[in-house]
Design a protein around this ligand. Structure first.
Ligand code: GTP
Ligand code: MG
Ligand code: NA
Length: 341
């Protein structure tokens, strides 16, 4: 290939945010898979990893016409659980990433584990992009606002039950009246929206963009976080970028992918320059029938071969062993998905 400049490795991106903001669903949308619906209770309980080759990113970002700017070979994305009991996994995920996506539900704003995640990133000085998710799509869960509206309007027990049990079926998630434009860049899709939708959108955007909201809404102290809609952001680096997305219709996905890659290439070229020295982190240890003890690892730099001698940390001290077999997950497939051998 006609590459110029240094040989870059794939950036490692961690996806963080409060429970049910749509982290796994966003990845499903990019992969065109359905991992989320297979999860127990729809809750992620493990770290997941997916490799996205640049050719797939190129395909998804075609409308943004930025082909030539993609220099990295791909993107490794680490999915983390948002449930409060998995703080250790969020910490592990964020400790091994170069860049992060923080997913925020547009109707909920900044929630507890989102702020916890922002604090983790801030303490490590990690760059991140905010995905303001669920701008559209249908969702068959209880719409708090809708129910509340009816309850206050008619203040009647019967109606309250009706609303809770029947209205969820009609729930329009998330911005009422949103006109969908599947897989479109966000600027294009926003141009199609009515004034009412845009007013609500802007109001929600302001709510997550201000430092005040952050500080008032939690016990955590997070100073100096400022965000702006990415294509209006005049001070990238000081002001963090927001990309509105829908994991259901794919709107904003092209923007999210392109911005991730471009921002990583722009701000961390040195860190992403490939080196031969092996740099490798263990994600998980598990026993697989027929294989014995296996470890899931993220290989950041260098090359591993079967037969290589390795040393890993064990509970009782260092374990010296050699690599018997190397299995690489398929691109665009989640590591957690069982590989049939
Ligand atoms: P945890 O991993 O458990 O923290 O959750 P998560 O952040 O991975 O969220 P998940 O992908 O499990 O999505 C939670 C719910 O929100 C599911 O019912 C999804 O279908 C729904 N959802 C996610 N993204 C969107 C979206 O963009 N629009 C709509 N309408 N629903 C969404
Ligand atoms: Mg999840
Ligand atoms: Na979930």
């Amino acid at each position: 290939s006609k590459k110029s400049g240094p040989d870059l490795r794939s950036p490692i991106c961690c996806i963080l945010g409060h429970v049910d903001t749509g982290k796994t669903k966003l990845l499903d949308c990019i992969r065109r898979t359905n991992v989320q619906e297979g999860e127990a209770g729809g809750i992620t309980q493990q770290i997941g990893a997916t490799y996205f080759p640049t050719e797939n990113i190129r395909e998804r970002t075609r409308e943004l016409k930025a082909d030539a700017t993609l220099k990295v070979p791909g993107l490794l994305v680490i999915d983390t659980p948002g449930h409060e009991s998995f703080a250790n996994l969020r910490s592990r995920g964020s400790s091994l990433c170069d860049i992060a996506i923080v997913v925020v539900d547009i109707m909920h704003g900044l929630e507890q584990q989102t702020i916890e995640s922002l604090n983790l990133l801030k303490s490590r000085n990690t760059e991140f992009i905010v995905a303001l998710n669920k701008v559209n799509g249908y969702n068959f869960t209880i719409n708090e606002n809708y129910t509340y509206f009816f309850c206050t309007k008619f203040s009647c027990k019967f109606l309250t039950c009706m609303c809770v049990y029947i209205f969820p079926i009609f729930k329009v998630d998330r911005l009422y009246g949103w006109k969908s434009c599947p897989n479109a860049p966000i600027a294009k899709t926003l141009k199609q929206q009515s004034n009412d939708v845009m007013n609500e959108f802007n109001m929600r955007l302001v709510q997550v963009s201000t430092v005040e909201t952050l500080m008032n809404s939690s016990l955590y102290y997070l100073s100096g976080l400022n965000t702006a809609l990415y294509y209006k952001n005049r001070e990238m680096g000081e002001t963090f970028n927001i990309v509105p997305t829908s994991a259901v219709s794919g709107e904003g996905i092209p923007d999210l992918l392109l911005l991730l890659v471009q921002w990583a290439q722009k701000t961390m070229e040195d860190k992403l320059t490939f080196v031969d020295e092996v740099q490798c982190t263990v994600l998980e240890v598990k026993v697989i029938e027929g294989l014995g003890t296996t470890i899931d690892v993220v290989l950041v730099n260098g090359v591993l071969h079967e037969g290589d001698q390795i040393v890993v940390c064990g509970m009782q001290g260092p374990i010296v062993t050699s690599i018997r077999a190397l299995l690489t997950p398929h691109p665009m497939k989640e590591l957690r998905v069982k590989v049939i051998l």
